[in-house]
Design a protein around this ligand. Structure first.
Ligand SMILES: Cc1cc2nc3c(=O)[nH]c(=O)nc-3n(C[C@H](O)[C@H](O)[C@H](O)COP(=O)(O)O)c2cc1C
Ligand code: SF4
Length: 474
């Protein structure tokens, strides 16, 4: 595969840090002066979250334009844009909208749960540009004919919730939400719902259960899509915060303008959350497919290279559910197709970089521990398998592992996701189960010797004081 061309010039925009937004600290960049910023255009602008700033920077123009169009024409623009969902599965938004069942009562639900480790883009969008999200929500609700919209935000996002609610109050007063929006015959109410702190409530059917006031259990399929049977049994569209935040720009500039960015089905820009051993961790909005992993990790206006000029050992390309890549994959373009063909996914848009000092067993254990704790417990392979895997990994890391443990790990993974293939097979109600094996299988496939050294030396060869304390605490 040919390496993507690096843009000649890059533009750097300083980020205004919000009080609770600690790391990541890096600036945002579009990576190329000619490229528009779509979802982050107001990040760094003073008081970007207020109505005044929003209106002074073109806010609610997309909604006004949408109201002058038919709902079908708005949907058509989104279909033309080929906007892939930014929540993880990458399903085209326009196609999802077109699958909505017939009913006089339809709902829109915006998913701002964002609880996956190392994923922190939606929070930034809600904290810094809540009106953009509200505008996208009203346009989407108009396009799909929703009678009510919900924005479900992770409960721990206190600042995001505060600013979103304040922005919503402003939007009602401005006439952008509520009865007869901007004097039209269109009305919509939006309800902001804080989550109660469970990762599984990001899974769309668990989220709907939670919204209905029940325990956040993923629903048994079929029906497969909330578009057919969703909230309170009615057709419902669930879309991610970043997906919805793209809608005002698409309506204002046209789907074709969005599609001109990127390549193939990977159109527009995308917000990548870069973390781990890089000099400049942060959220970066860059054009899809035209930049590679090497660009985002090494370019001076993006990741800036590996921390302390260490060597790159491996990286997680699309959230902790995705199979890992090694340095040989750096040249891959950030496109859903290319990454899928190489055996992984862009998933939630989170890229985690690991340098040569990283203990691979420990990383696999920490990720598995997360999934074990967050498993809702409905399915045996997920509930029991995750706990068993965590125990084996902990045993290896703390020096009591056996060589046979490597086969045992793979065997348990195979029972959760048969064949340990990509895309993964599923024996469980929801995709959290098949999200468990990739980090273990990647670790063993890429760094088998490191696992064996742990076994032979009776402990971690890379351990430090913090590391040992963390392992022994468990
Ligand atoms: C365990 C699990 C957690 C998820 N968490 C989120 C989340 O926090 N935010 C999100 O948008 N999608 C999450 N998803 C994906 C949603 O189920 C759904 O596909 C997405 O919200 C659809 O929006 P999109 O089409 O705009 O991407 C999760 C999926 C699973 C299986
Ligand atoms: S796969 Fe895991 S999280 Fe998903 S429904 Fe089953 S037990 Fe719950």
């Amino acid at each position: 595969m040919s390496k993507p061309k690096k843009p000649k010039q890059t533009k750097q925009v300083p980020t205004k840090q919000t009080p609770s937004f600690k790391p990541p600290t890096a600036a945002l960049a579009t990576h190329g002066p000619e490229l528009p910023k779509i979802v982050t255009s107001r990040i760094g602008v003073e008081n970007s979250y207020t109505l005044d700033t929003f209106l002074n920077t073109g806010g609610y123009q997309g909604l006004k334009k949408a109201l002058s169009m038919t709902p079908e024409a708005v949907s058509e623009q989104v279909m033309t844009a080929s906007l892939l969902g930014r929540g993880g599965a990458g399903f085209p938004a326009g196609r999802k909208w077109s699958m909505l069942g017939q009913s006089p009562v339809k709902y829109l639900v915006v998913n701002g749960d964002e609880s996956e480790p190392a994923t922190f883009k939606d929070r930034m969008l809600v904290e810094n540009d809540p009106h953009q999200l509200i505008e996208g929500t009203v346009i989407t609700a108009y396009a799909i004919g929703a009678v009510l919209a919900f924005i479900y935000i992770r409960g721990e996002f206190a600042l995001a919730l505060e600013r979103l609610q304040a922005a919503l109050n402003e939007a009602y007063q401005h006439g952008a939400v509520g009865k007869s929006i901007f004097g039209s015959s269109v009305s919509l109410d939006i309800i902001v719902q804080p989550g109660a702190g469970a990762y599984i409530c990001g899974e769309e059917t668990a989220l709907l259960e939670a919204l209905e006031g029940k325990r956040g259990f993923p629903r048994i399929k079929p029906p497969y899509f909330p578009a057919a049977v969703g909230l309170y049994g009615e057709p419902t569209i669930v879309n991610n915060v970043e997906t919805i935040s793209n809608i005002p720009w698409i309506v204002k500039n046209g789907g074709a303008a969005f599609r001109r960015l990127g390549e193939g089905n990977s159109t527009g820009t995308r917000l990548f959350a870069l973390s781990g051993h890089v000099k400049r961790p942060g959220n970066y909005e860059i054009e899809m497919a035209k930049n590679s992993f090497e660009n985002i990790i090494y370019d001076s206006d993006l990741g800036g290279g590996i921390l302390n000029d260490h060597e790159l050992k491996a990286f997680i390309p699309g959230g902790v559910s995705s199979p890992w890549f090694g340095p040989e994959h750096l040249g891959l373009p950030l496109s859903a197709e290319a990454v899928g063909q190489a055996g992984s996914m862009l998933g939630s848009g989170s890229i985690v970089v690991m340098d040569h000092t990283t203990c691979i067993v420990r990383v696999a254990w920490r990720i598995t521990r997360f999934f074990h704790r967050e498993s809702c417990g409905q399915c045996t392979p997920c509930r029991e398998g995750a706990g068993w895997l965590e125990k084996i990994l902990h045993r290896i890391e703390s020096g009591a592992g056996k060589e046979e443990d490597l086969d045992l790990l793979m065997d348990v993974c195979d029972n959760i996701s048969p064949g340990i293939i990509w895309p993964p097979a599923q024996t469980t109600i929801c995709p959290l189960g098949p999200s468990i094996p990739p980090s273990i299988a990647s670790g063993i496939k890429m760094f088998r010797d490191e696992f064996l050294i742990h076994v032979k030396e009776g402990g971690c060869p890379i351990s430090d004081a913090r590391h040992s304390a963390e392992v022994s605490r468990v």
